[in-house]
Design a protein around this ligand. Structure first.
Ligand code: SAH
Ligand code: SF4
Length: 389
């Protein structure tokens, strides 16, 4: 028995290739893409502008397998968290944050994460596997199809695109997107494709703990908005709370950020041209989690100004979101504001992230799903970095 190809795993160019291979016109990829991603139709028989013979052939050779929710949790602030199983051992989570002028979907890229950042619930759980393209884009497919048309229309009060519940996607859910590089890039291409979700590059953000070589690849392959989880101003501290720093230290990371924002050339993604003006690559957003007594002193802020000198950037300070036995505390509001003021006074645009969905463990760093850890236990692996750092 031949295994049917899941069309949700393919971006439009790959779908065109698949159609060619089965003796069909690659032009049909546009129609199929619209049916799947814009109309949410997964039954070939309902795709009425495709010939009967093509529908029969597709039913025989292909499938459109979308993930399904196992559970939905709704926060008091309107944030929704969805848990969906991706196989027998693992479930991942995505979070939808509706606001007046936009709807942001926070998407997972891996079942767990292997990078072990000290303050992150996902990192504590261990790592099982990379998500497939269909499992990444499936989160967006599900979110778009979760709301009936009428509800979607009401969701946009400011006149922005009313047919879409999701206006922004951030790859800030479970996992490190740049260690699942190929699948993430294909999924992002589908997000940007005008025959699918048509999101602009500015409205899709890849968040990374700093995988330097893949920041460079992303710049070439698919230059969307980039957020870098910095969290500490020097290598000593950063290596303790973001261990990948030992491999890609701050100086190398800053050089990669400069290269990312320096795009003198143009390029093309899925046939769509981009150019320097107004590019999301104009700045990198540095995320900085505020951990009481660890990285939140005035001297840390001043050190940060020096460490990031020459990088076109904005700062986003993230209040630490607690989880069981995390071993960390959130910095007080007073401390966060003092930290913010030092950066602002140095001319750096600095915002403080408003925490959403923390009552349903849906805030940054609280996503855990269910992950069957496949790593071999290592001796000396530090699980909790104490507050005495
Ligand atoms: N692996 C990627 C993306 C997923 S994490 C990355 O690390 O960037 C998304 C963001 O949530 C990162 O900035 C991460 O550092 C932050 N985060 C992790 N744990 C957190 C916590 N407990 N409270 C607040 N933010 C957290
Ligand atoms: Fe992984 Fe990001 Fe969590 Fe670090 S913060 S463990 S890179 S998901």
């Amino acid at each position: 028995m031949t295994v049917k190809t899941n069309l949700l795993d393919l971006d439009r160019l790959q779908l065109a290739e698949f159609l060619k291979e089965i003796g069909e016109s690659s032009f049909r990829a546009q129609q199929l893409f619209k049916w799947i991603h814009q109309r949410g139709i997964v039954d070939f028989n309902l795709m009425t502008d495709l010939s009967r013979s093509l529908r029969a052939k597709l039913s025989e050779l292909a499938t459109i397998r979308v993930p399904a929710f196992e559970r939905e949790s709704r926060s008091d602030d309107g944030t929704l968290k969805w848990l969906f199983p991706v196989d027998n051992a693992n479930s991942v989570e995505s979070v939808f944050i509706p606001e007046k002028s936009r709807g942001t979907l926070c998407v997972s890229s891996q079942a767990g994460c292997a990078l072990e950042c000290a303050f992150c619930a996902t990192g504590r759980e261990g790592f099982n596997r990379n998500l497939k393209v269909s499992e990444i884009i499936g989160q967006l497919w599900l979110a778009q199809n979760r709301f009936p048309e009428a509800e979607r229309m009401g969701a946009r009060l400011d006149g922005s695109d009313p047919s879409r519940a999701v206006s922004n996607v951030v790859l800030m859910g479970m996992g490190e997107p740049l260690t699942n590089y190929e699948n993430v890039v294909h999924a992002v291409r589908i997000m940007l494709d005008d025959f699918a979700y048509g999101l602009s590059r500015r409205r899709v953000t890849v968040s990374t703990s700093g995988i330097v070589p893949n920041i460079d690849r992303l710049r070439e392959d698919c230059p969307v908005s980039l957020a870098v989880s910095l969290h500490a101003p020097n290598d000593d501290l950063r290596s303790q709370i973001v261990p990948i720093n030992k491999k890609y230290p701050i100086a190398d990371l800053m050089e990669a950020c400069k290269r990312y924002t320096d795009c003198s050339q143009g390029g093309a993604i899925s046939g769509v041209k981009w150019q320097r003006r107004g590019s999301p690559r104009d700045f990198v957003t540095f995320e900085y989690i505020m951990l009481a007594g660890i990285n939140d002193r005035a001297e840390h802020a001043r050190e940060l100004i020096t460490a990031t000198r020459g990088v076109s950037c904005k700062f986003n300070l993230i209040p630490f979101n607690p989880f069981n036995e995390s071993g960390f505390d959130r910095s007080s509001e007073k401390v966060v504001i003092r930290f913010q003021k030092i950066l602002i006074d140095a001319g750096l645009v600095t915002t403080v992230r408003r925490t959403r969905g923390d009552d349903i463990a849906g805030a940054c760093g609280q996503l855990a799903g269910q992950v069957k850890d496949r790593r071999t236990p290592r001796s000396g692996r530090s699980r909790v970095v104490s507050a005495s750092l």
